[in-house]
Ligand binder design. Structure first.
Ligand code: PHE
Length: 338
């Protein structure tokens, strides 16, 4: 039996060392250690070995099994290495890895977040309101009479129900004043809708950011200081800002704000960027009527409001010539902001 075991071991080790791939190595393993393998069958015969020889034969069996198993493992590692090397042949592993394209924030998101961050530092809290509005919150409460051109069907998207897509986020200011008492300091970023002809500077849906500050001593210098600071934070400390008298139904006095834009090789240009003004007392009266109290007593509280187009801010910030690029989702354009 001893010779048999030794012969099996020699044979198995030879087969293992000759195996050219993992498959023939596995065949060799089954042939010797499998259920009907040569060593398994011989081991089954140990029960017929005389008692005094059993220990020695057993030891020999174990030694053979250990040697064969070790040889199998070693060969397997060697074969894997050969296979790996073959798979890598012709591949230059020192080349830089291909970068994964993970996407990036949209320019509108970048500019909106930056604007919000600056204004929050100045104490403005975020406020929200619905995009489907009623005429009261979009116009009436904002001192905008029924015959005002903004209320025209040509300018505003109306639903059959009489509701409409908000034409500005000023409606959020109205809703905030209805539900909170002064002092109020909020900003409302969001979509607004107008029936504009679509071209390089107009879309029928655009993004606004409006602000409102109501308190007991809010004055025009506060408005100017706040917006000048904001625009310089956003566009750089040397940014020139100009206030031009204007008209809005809901503010008095009202202004449009221009920022001086200097593009290399071009004469500097003033670009209109926002509307603003001191809240018209008529707005406070409409709010009081809706609230059924006098929380916004025009004798006691004053406030300023402003509104700007985020699309316009993004176009100025990055020199984007066509507003449609902001909604086309062309990866070649968007990748520039990664
Ligand atoms: N609501 C105005 C607009 O959409 C902007 C504005 C807001 C002007 C607040 C003055 C005060 O054009």
């Amino acid at each position: 039996m001893n010779e048999q075991i030794e012969a099996i071991q020699t044979e198995a080790l030879a087969q293992i060392s000759a195996a050219a791939d993992e498959r023939s190595l596995d065949d060799a393993r089954v042939a010797v250690l499998g259920k009907k393998g040569t060593l398994t069958l011989v081991a089954a015969g140990i029960k017929d070995v005389p008692k005094e020889d059993k220990a020695a034969v057993g030891q020999l069996l174990n030694a053979a099994r250990t040697a064969i198993t070790a040889a199998l493992e070693e060969k397997q590692v060697a074969l894997r290495e050969i296979a790996d090397r073959a798979a890598l042949a012709g591949i230059d592993v020192t080349l830089p890895a291909r970068s994964q394209h993970v996407g990036s924030l949209h320019p509108l998101t970048i500019i909106r977040d930056e604007a919000i961050r600056i204004l929050r530092r100045m104490g403005f809290a975020l406020a929200e309101g619905p995009e489907i509005e009623d005429e009261f919150h979009c116009f009436d409460a904002l001192n905008t009479p029924a015959d005002h051109p903004a209320r025209n069907e040509k300018d505003t998207f109306y639903f059959d129900s009489g509701k409409l897509l908000r034409t500005h986020t000023s409606s959020v200011q109205v809703r905030t004043m209805e539900s909170q008492a002064p002092p109020i300091r909020i900003i409302a970023p969001g979509s607004a809708y107008r029936r504009d002809e679509i071209d390089a500077t107009h879309l029928s849906v655009f993004n606004q950011l409006e602000g409102l500050y109501v308190g007991t001593d809010v004055s025009l210098p506060d408005l100017k200081g706040t917006l000048e600071y904001f625009l310089r934070e956003l566009f750089g400390t040397n940014t020139e800002v100009r206030f031009r008298p204007h008209f809005f139904p809901f503010t008095e006095p009202s202004f449009e704000i221009d920022v001086k834009l200097t593009v290399k090789g071009q004469a500097p240009k003033w670009i209109e960027i926002a509307g603003c003004g001191m809240v018209d007392p008529a707005v406070f009266e409409a709010i009081n009527k809706s609230r059924k109290d006098n929380a916004f007593d025009p004798e006691k509280v004053t406030g300023f409001a402003f509104g700007m187009g985020l699309d316009r801010l993004a176009m100025i910030r990055w020199g984007i010539k066509d507003i449609r690029l902001l909604i086309e989702n062309d990866a070649r354009f968007l990748k520039q902001f990664a």
